[in-house]
Structures are given as C-alpha cells and as structure tokens.
Design a protein around this ligand. Structure first.
Ligand code: NZQ
Ligand code: ZN
Length: 388
C-alpha cells in the first residue's frame, strides 16, 4: 500500500426528516446572508424547496436557480456576481452533482482575483486558495460530490468540460435524505447507479498493490449496487434500497477507496469529452467507454479483472475466460438498467470524435493515462473508435 493522507471534514447528516439540521448547522457558522443555489426547478415540484426554506427562516436568503445539468460556466459566473454584490457569506447547494459542483466553483471564484477559467484550465499558479463556506442538501445520489472536494464544470461555447478540486472545496455539511430517490426520474436513478459503480471501478480495477481492505470495500459497494439496482427500479419508494444506493454513492467517492491505491480515471476523462461534444449524460458516457477501455487495457488490468469476475460476479473457470466475462457482465449490467453502450446509440455525428479526443489529450499533455500511465493518445483513439 502506498503512503497516503486522508482528509474529509464534511459532516454527513443521513436519513429521513433531517432538514431541521440545516438551521442548527448554519447557526453554528454565524452566517449573515445565504445564497440558495438550485437547478432547473425539480426541487419546487417535489417539495424539497419548501422543506428547506422552512428551516432558513432565521437567515437572510437570496436565491439563484437555473444551474444546468453539467453546470455552465457562464451561468455560474452570474452567481459569482450576485455573491459579490450581495455580500453573501454562505452558500447552500440544493441539488445533484451539477448544483453541488457549480457551488464549489462559485465559492472559489467569488474570492479569486483573476479569471476563474484559468483555474479550470490549470494554468500555472492559478488556484482557488480561498473559498466561502457552503453546505449541501443532496437530491440525487450519484456523484459523491456531497462528500468530496471535486467539481466538473462545462463551458459549451468551447465544448470543454474541466475538473476542479482543492482542500477548501469540501462542503461543511451534507444533508442526505434517501427519500429523495422516490421522486427521481428512472433516467437519473440508473445514472446514479452507474456513476457510483464506475467511481468504484476507477479505483479498484487497476493492479494489485497490497490494498486488501480497499479492494474488499470496493467489492462490497459493487455487490451492493448489483443487489439493490432491480429493487429500486421496481420500487423507487423502497427506502432501504434507496438508502443503500445513497450510502454507496457517497462511499464510492468520499476518498476512502483511493487511500494508498493506484487509480485509473481515464474512463472519466474520455467520458467528459463525450458530454462536452454531445451532451450525453455523464454516467452514460462511462457505460459507453468503460467496457472498451477494459478491453484495451486487458493485460494491464488482468489480475484485478479476474478477482472482480470471481468476487463480484461469482464467475469460475479459466482465468482468461473470467476476465473476459467480467467485462461482458459489466456491460450487460449497464444495459439491463436500460443504458445504451455505444456512441452511435446517441448520435450519428461520429466521424470526427476519436481523432478530436486524441488531439485534445495530446494538447493537454495527457500522453500517459490510467494507473500505469500506459494509456496513450493512440489507445484513447482506439477506445473511442471501438465505442462508436
Ligand atoms: O436541475 P433540476 O431541475 O434539479 O433537475 C435535475 C437534473 O435535470 C434532476 N434532479 C435532481 N434531483 C432530483 C431531480 N429530479 C427529480 N427529483 C430529484 N430529487 O436530475 C437531473 C440531473 O442532475 P445532475 O445534478 O446533473 O445529476 P448528477 O448528480 O448525476 O450530476 C452530474 C454532474 O456531476 C459531475 C458530472 O460530470 C456532471 O456534471 N460529476 C461530479 C463529480 C464530483 N464532483 O465528484 C464526480 C462525477 O464523476 C461527475 O463527473
Ligand atoms: Zn462519475
């Protein structure tokens, strides 16, 4: 196991009927003025807005709605202006990964002196060194953003989706109520299952490095997701299944699984490009790319593909057959959830995409990706071509 530092200061308040904790936790922060940030309006239809507002009565609240799925830079910059003009000192994000990620950007950009896009472009010396405090009311279990300090921001006019992170971008608290799953469209529930599954695989399906505990934690998350997926799809009001999904998605990306282990993340990096070019939902881009990437990296990932096949999918027989079947099982799982796993299932405009993504990776200096830094731009091109 490699050396590591673990740091996660976010207080998770998990379960039914916990919205009253918002008032208590914000009072502890000595807040004067709050910006309530939300998405396209689902919280006004499913009652979450009213429940949250009922516990903000003691605070001066300014609202900012309209953060898109795949949060847009230009929209978030409008919120940054409001934060400055209104002297906001705390932000409450009420939404899924897009709203939470958008707020991570806003809290950093509001206190940043330069052009915030430079931070997303990772220009030398450009970082959010300060950030306003913020809290989260999670409405969609998927990204783990409620328990980490990462964000992904979209800039459509440049067809770019870029990541952001830093130790001051953890939420102070996250209210995680599994009852929200009952009002989610099926599309978002399956996205949540796949995104959580893939976060786990990105940190598990690499090479053995003596990290026995994290491997078994990862396998537990994967097996739990496989077990609960049909139950939630049959009955989204099944509280126990929803609670397990929500806790799995938090655990998949709260920093535990990556402690001291090699991690891949190349499926995500390619997937972000598919969202940037085509607007395909984040989780679906992962379902498209992952099986093809595992085939491309078959030898490099062989030992853990075999372990994954045996322990998660209960496969037996010849190791090579198990490794192959583990990939097939993964893709079939996504398909059984109703997710299509080819780019051409989503668009006919595919001729340019493999070369375009390859060239972008070269331009950014991403010439050796994955846990072994073995995925070259040519591999990326092949993975994308095979995914069309
Ligand atoms: O905008 P509203 O009206 O709220 O509707 C949203 C949106 O249309 C809807 N929704 C959310 N909660 C709902 C609900 N509808 C009904 N009832 C509810 N309770 O769901 C739609 C999708 O929301 P979004 O927040 O975009 O989904 P998700 O949570 O999957 O987030 C995806 C974003 O997170 C990024 C992705 O790249 C993508 O931009 N990621 C963030 C990560 C992180 N910060 O660690 C890691 C991930 O790998 C991922 O990249
Ligand atoms: Zn993801």
């Amino acid at each position: 196991m490699n050396n590591f530092e673990a740091y996660n200061p976010t207080r998770i308040v998990f379960g039914k009927d916990q919205y009253h904790r918002i008032n208590e936790l914000m009072t502890e922060q000595s807040i004067k003025k709050v910006l309530l940030v939300y998405g396209g309006g689902s919280i006004k239809k499913n009652g979450i807005y009213d429940q949250v507002m009922a516990h903000l009565a003691n605070f001066s609240v300014v609202e900012f709605g309209g953060v898109e799925a795949n949060p847009e830079y230009s929209t978030l910059m409008k919120a940054v202006e409001i934060v400055k003009k209104e002297s906001i000192d705390f932000i409450l994000a009420v939404g899924g990964g897009s709203v939470i990620d958008g707020v991570k950007f806003i809290v950093g950009a509001a206190l940043y002196d330069g052009e915030p896009w430079d931070v997303l472009e990772r220009k030398p010396g450009c970082k959010f060194t300060n950030a306003l405090p913020f809290g989260v009311v999670l409405t969609l279990p998927a990204t783990g953003s409620e328990a980490n300090s990462s964000a992904v921001i979209n800039r459509s006019e440049l067809k770019m989706k870029r990541t952001l992170g830093g130790p001051n971008l953890f939420p102070i608290f996250s209210i995680c109520n599994p009852q929200v799953v009952a009002s989610l469209p099926k599309r978002q529930i399956v996205n949540g299952i796949v995104d959580s599954f893939m976060h786990t695989l990105e940190q598990y399906l690499t090479y053995p490095s003596g990290n026995l505990l994290q491997q078994r934690q990862a396998e537990s998350i994967l097996q739990t997701l496989v077990e609960i997926a049909p139950k939630i799809l049959e009955n989204p009001s099944d509280y126990e299944a929803a609670a397990n999904l929500m806790w799995c998605s938090t655990h998949a990306l709260n920093g535990n699984l990556r402690a001291g282990v090699p991690t891949d993340w190349c499926t995500h990096m390619i997937g972000h490009e598919l969202t940037a070019f085509y607007g395909i939902d984040h989780a679906r881009t992962l379902a498209i790319i992952a099986p093809r990437l595992f085939e491309n990296q078959f030898d490099n990932k062989f030992n853990l593909l075999v372990q994954y096949g045996k322990r998660v999918w209960n496969l037996s027989g010849d190791d090579k057959m198990i490794a192959n079947q583990a990939i097939t099982k993964t893709e079939s799982f996504f398909q059984q959830l109703g997710i299509q796993t080819k780019i051409s299932d989503y668009t006919t405009n595919t001729a340019f995409i493999a070369d375009e993504i390859k060239n972008r990776f070269i331009d950014r200096g991403w010439t050796g990706m994955g846990e072994r830094k073995a995925i070259t731009p040519d591999d990326v091109k092949e993975i994308v071509l095979n995914a069309i």
